[in-house]
Ligand binder design. Structure first.
Ligand code: F6R
Length: 634
């Protein structure tokens, strides 16, 4: 979804902002732009397409200034054209071209506002909902920037975050949060005349300041790096006033609010590709280390360390998982873990469905909101609905500074590190492992896990990092061979039973979103009830066949595909001769010490398969078309 950045400091704003946009582009975008203050004017540079188009434009038409705002746009209202790119300007009145805005979210009453403002003399140039914001601010502006922003915000409906600059206030950025994430970063203080790392402090010296504070603004922490060392997360209903003297925070009524800054823990290296060709490749490879880190935080010797969720887990008898996309697939596995280990009733809900029905709340229900980003709008809305019904919520999140983490009663962190590739990989396996550990925790609280069972479960979990590394290494060659053969296939079917049904769904989602191949996952037992009609000699069918209790059943499904000339790719144990003989290709997977954990390993070659097919089809694996990493609007 759209990304916002802002910079105020001694360095050239355009170059700092371009780096910030680079760090935001993983969120998904189709155009980008920036506004820099220089010589009392606002200078816009905007370009449809990749960020490279914007960088080329800035190189051809540089703009010299030290304060500016920038944006990556993921089109909602209006096509991804230059005219619809942010920043948008006030136009048509006395402040024509003198107020610029970048925005993330949706202004639901934009049509009504557009009509009113047009009647009052504003001239609209784009098809976006965003353009009403600078026009509305200009309508209320009488020289007091904050008063105008407050008056405008009082008329806006929807969920939004925006940043605004005024030509009259060349060293100031005003920003608002109401439903979409926004962060303020604090850099270091510079003495007037002290050279900045790049550029100069000339404009500050001119302003007669003795010292200036470098301030930044962004939708996400990586975009604040490396300049900011501390971050303040705005809450809904807050207005941030950034000047070269620091941050002043207030609420929508104008009452001052104390700003709380925390140290930024993410490093610039964690958000770079390193020696990999893509973030996706890096994140897939990181999985053994990610699993080991999570285990280290949750195990001591042979026993579980229980995170304090502030809840009486023994009394919970009904769990509802809320999630979207890949996180929903992890939730399906969470249901199996909790049912098998803790013997409680579990529902798995797609967040966008849960939020619009009237779910039944019983006294002992617990909602678990699963989200890598912690910002998914539907999951957040589901969480708020649950809390409004007094249901406690645990957030299973990767981004512990996210809104879902902040609004949950208790938090289980995934510790997977920043996930930049749009397709979730390492966060998925971390979610699966975290859900397994959570199920053990609930089972123990309910007295259903004796010491021997706990030690056995912990040993099986402990072995996962090494088994994941072995699987990634041994499956690579067969995966590449199959990708060579099937890269041009128009469709692919994934079949799995039990815990491998979510794996089939996840394998299909990865292939769809990365390689744009029509792919579907089925519970293998359902295949005969219709989908088997799809099988031809052109159809690759990926069958998940670990040596578990349902192995023989899966072999029958595999035979049915072969009997209809389908092309079988099996995912199973490398030494399984029978499976090798029955399939055209075999992706070897190490055997987990506990059947419940097997899907965490089976998914690994499917991630690599999607990656390799996508590469062969010349698809951008880090930023697939039409997708956004954080889905912060409905
Ligand atoms: C697919 C993918 C998405 C996300 C979904 C939820 O690879 O990444 O399906 O899983 O958008 O996102 P989070 O987990 O951030 O709530």
């Amino acid at each position: 979804m759209c990304g916002i950045a802002g910079y105020l400091g001694p360095k050239p704003a355009d170059s700092v902002l371009i780096v910030a946009l680079e760090r935001l582009k993983y969120r998904g975008y189709d155009s980008a732009g920036l506004a820099v203050m220089s010589d009392g004017e606002i200078h816009l540079r905007r370009a449809a397409g990749k960020l490279k188009q914007l960088s080329d434009l800035i190189e051809a038409q540089p703009v010299d200034g030290h304060c500016g705002i920038a944006h990556t746009r993921w089109a909602t209202h209006g096509a991804p054209t230059e005219i619809n790119c942010h920043p948008h300007l006030a136009s048509g009145g006395p402040y024509d071209g003198r107020i610029a805005v970048v925005h993330n979210g949706i202004i639901e009453n934009h049509e009504q506002l557009r009509r009113e403002l047009t009647q009052a003399g504003a001239i609209f140039r784009s098809e976006t909902d965003t353009e009403v914001i600078p026009q509305l601010i200009a309508h209320h502006y009488r020289g007091d920037a904050l008063a105008a922003v407050r008056a405008a915000v009082a008329r806006l409906e929807g969920s939004f975050a925006f940043a605004v600059v005024f030509a009259d206030h060349p060293r100031r950025i005003v920003a608002v949060r109401q439903g979409s994430p926004l962060l303020v970063g604090k850099g270091r203080a510079y003495d007037a005349g002290e050279p900045a790392a790049e550029g100069s402090t000339a404009s500050f010296a001119k302003a007669g300041r003795t010292s200036v504070r470098e301030m930044l603004l962004a939708s996400d922490v990586p975009a604040l790096l490396p300049h900011a060392h501390q971050v303040c997360f705005l809450a809904d209903g807050q207005i941030a006033d950034l000047t070269d003297q620091g941050l002043a925070l207030s609420d929508f009524a104008g009452q001052p609010v104390e700003a709380e800054f925390k140290a930024i823990e993410v490093t610039a290296e964690a958000v770079s590709k390193g020696s990999f060709d893509s973030f996706m490749a890096k994140e897939i490879a990181e999985q053994p280390a990610v699993l080991a880190r999570l285990l280290d935080s949750r195990l001591r010797g042979g026993a579980l360390v229980e995170p304090d969720l502030g809840l009486d887990l023994a009394s919970v008898n009904h769990v509802v998982f809320l999630a979207a996309g890949t996180s929903w697939h992890a939730a399906l596995l969470g249901k199996r873990f909790l049912e098998q280990l803790a013997r409680i009733h579990v529902e798995v809900d797609i967040s966008s469905e849960y939020r619009y029905r009237n779910p039944v709340a019983s006294g002992n229900t617990l909602v678990v909101a699963i989200s890598q980003s912690g910002e998914t709008a539907d999951t957040l809305a589901g969480l708020r609905l649950a809390r409004a019904k007094f249901i406690p919520v645990v957030g299973l999140v990767n981004t512990v500074t996210s809104t879902i983490a902040r609004e949950s009663n208790g938090v289980m962190p995934l510790l997977a590190g920043p996930e930049i590739g749009v397709a979730s990989t390492k966060a998925y396996t971390a979610q699966v492992l975290a859900l397994y550990l959570f199920a053990l925790q609930v089972a123990r609280a309910k007295g259903l896990l004796d010491a021997a069972a706990e030690a056995q479960a912990v040993a099986a979990a402990r072995a996962l990092p090494e088994l994941a590394a072995t699987t990634l290494a041994s499956a690579e060659e067969p995966v590449e061979e199959a990708a060579d053969i099937f890269a041009a296939a128009q469709a692919t079917v994934f079949l799995g039973r039990g815990g491998e049904h979510p794996t089939a769904l996840e394998g299909a989602l990865k292939l769809k979103e990365l390689a744009y191949v029509h792919a579907v996952g089925y519970p293998a037992g359902e295949f005969k009830h219709g989908p088997i009609a799809l099988v031809t000699s052109h159809l690759p069918v990926i069958c998940l066949c670990p040596r578990d209790a349902l192995y023989e059943k899966m072999l029958s499904n595999l035979q049915e595909v072969r009997a209809r000339a389908g092309r079988v790719i099996a995912v199973g144990q490398g030494g399984d001769r029978a499976l090798r003989d029955l399939s055209d290709h075999l992706f070897p997977v190490a055997r987990a010490g506990e059947d419940l954990l097997q899907p965490l390993l089976s998914v690994l070659p499917l991630q690599r398969y999607a990656y390799h097919v996508a590469r062969r089809r010349n698809c951008d694996v880090d930023q697939p078309r039409n997708l956004a990493k954080s889905v912060t609007v409905e």
